[in-house]
Design a protein around this ligand. Structure first.
Ligand code: 0L1
Ligand code: MG
Length: 258
């Protein structure tokens, strides 16, 4: 049986020291998906004990672009804390990160609780007080972002930082499947996508999470922010980079590296 406490410490230390590790599963094949979510929960509990607060949740690997890039085709779930949220004006603190990458996402802000099972994309849209643009900055604690499904789940799905746009839009007023995004690094377009890239509809991703949480005896609370998953593959963020992510209807978010 996987030693949950040991892997929490190993991942926390990798993050603190900014020294990535090899995949846990290479040394410990007993780390299955259930054990990996246990590691994730225990690492979040450690963060809460250190004063952080849960502000939402995230999905990963919900688009083909990401699944193909990472070689894993199963959507995964992680937790967002207040310490991960960056103000749009604050440069990305490269000195605190290992090898950050950024990806555009559609974020849902919940106006009501969502409790699975049986949650549909329509329920998600009804429960949302709005959707906004988001940039998620992922930063795997594994060397070269090389991991199995269980490894990346244990690592809280590479969650590191996120930035939210300031325009909150009623999801009933726009067709989220057609909501386009353009990603630019230093003025050069690197990726484009539309909302349908995320499981056909980003609300479907949030429903998937709500239903999984229901199976765990948990729920998504009112007020939570949910990142529905990268619409495009993630782009590396290096010193001096200036990223612009422009979303139809939701506005632009800029990310500068510090
Ligand atoms: O948010 C994400 O899609 C991250 C999922 C984990 C895979 C990765 O690190 O790219
Ligand atoms: Mg993401």
């Amino acid at each position: 049986m996987a030693d949950i406490g040991k892997w929490v410490e190993v991942l926390a230390e990798a993050e603190r020291r900014r020294e990535p590790i090899g995949p846990i599963t290479e040394g410990d094949p007993t780390l299955d998906l259930d054990a990996a979510y246990d590691v994730q929960r225990a690492r979040i509990a450690q963060r809460l004990a250190q004063g952080e607060r849960i502000v939402g949740a995230k999905l990963g690997l919900t688009s083909k672009a990401k699944q193909v890039a990472m070689g894993i085709d199963t959507p995964i779930f992680g937790v967002l804390t207040d310490a991960m949220q960056l103000d749009a004006a604050t440069p990305l603190p490269l000195g605190e990160l290992i090898h950050p990458r950024a990806e555009p996402e559609i974020a849902f802000v919940l106006g009501e609780d969502l409790s699975g099972p049986g949650v549909t994309a329509h329920d998600v849209i009804d429960a949302a007080s709005g959707v906004c643009a988001a940039i998620e900055v992922i930063d795997s604690r594994y060397v070269d972002f090389r991991f199995t499904l269980a490894d990346v789940v244990a690592d809280n799905t590479s969650a590191a930082r996120f930035v939210l746009g300031t325009t909150l839009v009623d999801p009933r007023s726009v067709d989220l499947t057609l909501l386009g995004v353009v990603v630019e690094t230093d003025g050069v377009v690197s990726d484009t996508a539309a909302g349908a890239a995320v499981l056909g509809h980003p609300a479907t991703a949030v429903a998937l999470l709500a239903n999984q949480m229901g199976a765990w005896g948990e729920h998504l609370p009112r007020g939570a922010t949910v990142l529905s998953g990268g619409l495009t593959n993630a782009v590396a963020v290096a010193s001096g980079h200036h990223l612009t992510m422009s979303f139809a209807h939701l506005g632009q978010i800029f990310l500068r590296s510090g």
